[in-house]
Ligand binder design. Structure first.
Ligand code: SAH
Ligand code: SF4
Length: 346
């Protein structure tokens, strides 16, 4: 059964033909602006809600929900209609409420340090499956208003290209989120970055760089063999020229691997010409990658070294480590086999 979030407004109007015209607004506003499920729009007659429930069904079933950081971080494991599982993380801060969404069940990119990559690929998600993650989180965030959506959960958004584009369009047009509030993180699929640039969608692009020499990056991010740093740089340059939007590089700091003076020089040399902002993420532990994350002292030293080299840099605050909800720790899927979710919240 389709998701209500896959309907355009015109399609909804067609579906409601015969009902008073204002029903379209009631349902549309309820879904997109007030974060309601149609079953909970109490201004609708019961018969209409029942009809809707027969024709449209939520695509996500909660298989588990865990919170940490004193309630400020919530991770859901959702089961999909075919049994595949995905994860979504809601993070509330003083100044914003962010949801981190998945675009695929698993991921085919195989980055060595990432739990999703270690588990392999199951399938692409549909538009409804991606959008519903946003609205489950928005409901849970109430009375705070969900303000930011980051495509940094399971999967590679640009490998599920058309779905990612449509989700951004919907969140912008129907929900009113702008480029500052929509961030897509990509492992660096160079031709897809260029395709995305020409679409004129309102979004901020974050590229997961992690190494600025091909030898190290080949080890960390296997896709680098296909689109090496020189090719990626061209795509990033094209992105800047087409969109005039700030680009950011993500860099998971790994002890002795990419937190050295040499790495600082290489990264600064790569980021500066692109005027890229660097976001440092202390590496989060995953079962399949034994090298540790950099110590807090080395993270600080690396940040300072980049500042000295004229690079704009921030350190990402880690959220949800105790419930395996932090960057790179999402692994509800192992090639279709479901791993039990460990309840390790405090
Ligand atoms: N596939 C996309 C988006 C999902 S991953 C991408 O790779 O960009 C979201 C971010 O988490 C990426 O920057 C990724 O490199 C980072 N990440 C993956 N594993 C991590 C880990 N173990 N510790 C810290 N960050 C990690
Ligand atoms: Fe996939 Fe991103 Fe993880 Fe790499 S870091 S395996 S691209 S989810």
């Amino acid at each position: 059964m389709p998701s209500a979030y896959e309907l355009t407004r015109d399609q909804l109007a067609t579906y409601l033909a015969g009902e008073p015209g204002y029903r379209v607004d009631q349902i549309w506003e309820g879904l997109w602006r007030h974060d309601l499920e149609v079953a909970d729009i109490t201004t609708l007659p019961k018969s209409l809600r029942e009809r809707f429930a027969r024709d449209f069904a939520p695509t996500l079933e909660v298989a588990n929900e865990v919170t940490s950081d004193r309630g400020a971080t919530t991770k859901w494991v959702f089961r999909l209609h075919d049994g595949a599982t995905i994860e979504t993380v809601l993070m509330t801060y003083d100044d914003r409420v962010t949801v981190c969404i998945s675009t695929q069940a698993g991921c085919a990119m195989g980055c060595s340090f990432c739990a999703t990559g270690q588990a392999g690929f199951t399938r692409h998600l549909s538009v409804g499956e991606v959008l519903e993650q946003v609205f489950v989180a928005a409901r849970a965030a109430a009375p705070r208003r969900l303000s930011n959506v980051v495509f940094m959960g399971m999967g590679e958004p640009l490998a599920n290209f058309l779905v990612t584009c449509r989700v951004i369009e919907c969140l912008h047009e129907y929900r009113g989120l702008s480029a500052r509030h929509l961030t897509v993180s990509t492992v660096g699929v160079a031709p897809a970055i260029e395709r995305l640039a020409t679409r004129g969608l309102p979004l901020t692009l974050a590229v997961s760089l992690h190494a600025a020499n091909n030898e190290t990056r080949n080890e960390l991010v296997p896709l680098n063999r296909r689109y090496p740093l020189e090719r990626l740089q061209r795509a990033c340059g094209f992105w800047l020229a087409e969109t005039s939007r700030r680009l950011s590089f993500e860099w998971a700091l790994i002890d002795g691997v990419n937190d050295t003076e040499r790495a600082m020089d290489e990264l600064a040399g790569y980021a500066r010409p692109l005027h890229a902002h660097v976001n440092l993420i202390p590496l989060n532990p995953t079962p399949g990658y034994l090298v540790r994350g950099s110590t807090p002292q080395r993270v600080e030293h690396f940040r300072d070294g980049l500042i000295e080299r004229g690079v704009n840099v921030t350190v990402r605050r880690t959220r949800g480590r105790s419930i395996d909800a932090a960057c790179g720790q999402l692994a509800a899927v192992t090639n279709g086999k479901h791993t039990p979710v460990l309840l390790r919240s405090r």
